[in-house]
Design a protein around this ligand. Structure first.
Ligand code: CTP
Length: 367
């Protein structure tokens, strides 16, 4: 993990968080977070700026953080800091820059994410029992107000428990349960969405079952949600989609609190707009122009056999004639064209073996 080759005689620069946790677990980490015990911006400007292959990308003065690029890798270097959540569930404000490592550790989410590794000696600094928790596969908050400060940590706890096969410690579980019985909905839903994406993109049925059974979904909606019968993980393995998370999240039903993109909203709207599908033609017309995520949601929540019939068989059937073929047959462009295409489609769904010539003959038969 030796990213920055420096002569830091003060020995106050550390790797921290996920990168230390993952190295101890023998897992590759992509994000590299470092912290400087003191003011990171001044430290970087005074000591690192002139190194070869080193570049400052961005300085965030109020948070005391600096993003740098070193040997082609981007690294965030933060000042040790204390924070206070003035508005619970929103970004905290910094109350002190340059505090002790212990104070910096205490503002974090879980003990396993509050381990530090000296950038010079490689020594691991464990101020909160994170090493024992890593060994015992335990996720433990650092103080009783952790979920009140930042409820997204409940979803993060689920994410880490699934990713590493860990369990929440009993007291942390109790704090989670208590919070979920008394949620403050004035929270930053952008962060909730980010954590839902990272959790559900793991495509884990067991994560989703915990999400429902432990009522973590209450962070998203006040309504009750039950566990669908279908195994979503298996369905997605069989029919891969780009927005895996949205297939899971769509099962919550009410996502009105989340800031969705236009495309995400369309996936949900298309699903809501699709009623009962009685035959192949209705199935085909309902699904031909929607995303596969919509089809899967329909399969999970409404009618599995219709969704599978489309994905396995109907989606492979295409009519071959085009508008140009109709013009060649002497037809003038009009609304009638789409009726003709639908009629040919109906026939082709009955008999997928029809050739283009057969399709043209069908058109000849009706004009
Ligand atoms: N952190 C926190 N509370 C949060 C988010 C982050 O205390 N709601 C702290 C944790 O110490 C975490 C670090 O900030 O380790 C970096 O956050 P992030 O990059 O989101 O998580 P990682 O632990 O690096 O995990 P991942 O592997 O998912 O990137």
């Amino acid at each position: 993990m030796e990213i920055i080759n420096i002569k830091d005689t003060s020995n106050k620069l550390y790797y921290v968080g996920g990168v230390v946790r993952d190295e101890l677990l023998g897992i590759e980490s992509f994000d590299i977070d470092m912290t400087y015990e003191g003011n990171a911006i001044e430290f970087v400007q005074n000591n690192l700026q002139n190194l070869q292959n080193f570049e400052i990308l961005q300085i965030n003065e109020p948070f005391g953080t600096v993003r740098v690029k070193t040997d082609g890798r981007e690294v965030d270097i933060a000042s040790t800091r204390e924070e206070v959540y003035e508005k619970k569930g929103h970004l905290p404000s910094v109350t002190k820059i340059g505090c002790s490592l212990k104070e910096d550790a205490m503002r974090r989410d879980f003990t396993i994410n509050a381990l530090y590794k000296s950038a010079v000696s490689g020594e691991i600094i464990d101020l909160t029992g994170g090493l024992d928790d890593l060994k015992n596969k335990t996720i433990r908050v650092l103080h009783d107000g952790s979920f009140i400060d930042d409820p997204t940590r409940i979803i993060r706890g689920l994410k880490f428990s699934i990713r590493f096969g860990f369990d929440l410690d009993e007291h942390t579980k109790k704090l989670q349960e208590n919070y979920l019985k008394n949620i403050n909905y004035d929270m930053c839903c952008k962060r909730v969405k980010k954590e839902l994406i990272e959790t559900f993109n793991l495509n884990s049925q067991s994560a989703f079952e915990k999400f429902i059974r432990q009522k973590i979904y209450k962070l998203v909606t006040e309504k009750d949600v039950s566990l669908p019968q279908e195994n979503i993980e298996e369905l997605i393995k069989k029919y891969p989609v780009e927005n895996v998370w949205l297939v899971y999240a769509g099962c919550i039903g009410d996502l009105s609190r989340l800031p969705l993109t236009k495309n995400e909203q369309k996936i949900l709207d298309d699903f809501n707009a699709t009623g009962e599908l009685k035959n192949d033609f209705e199935i085909y017309k309902a699904f031909e122009k929607v995303s596969r995520e919509t089809v899967l949601l329909y399969g999970i929540l409404k009618d599995k056999s219709a969704a599978e019939r489309y994905l396995e068989i109907l989606s492979r059937i295409k009519i071959e004639i085009s508008g140009e073929d109709l013009l060649k047959l002497g037809l003038k462009p009009s609304k009638k064209f789409s009726e003709i295409f639908d009629y040919v489609l109906l026939k082709k769904l009955e008999n997928p073996e029809l050739s283009k010539e057969d399709e043209i003959n069908i058109v000849r038969g009706i004009i």
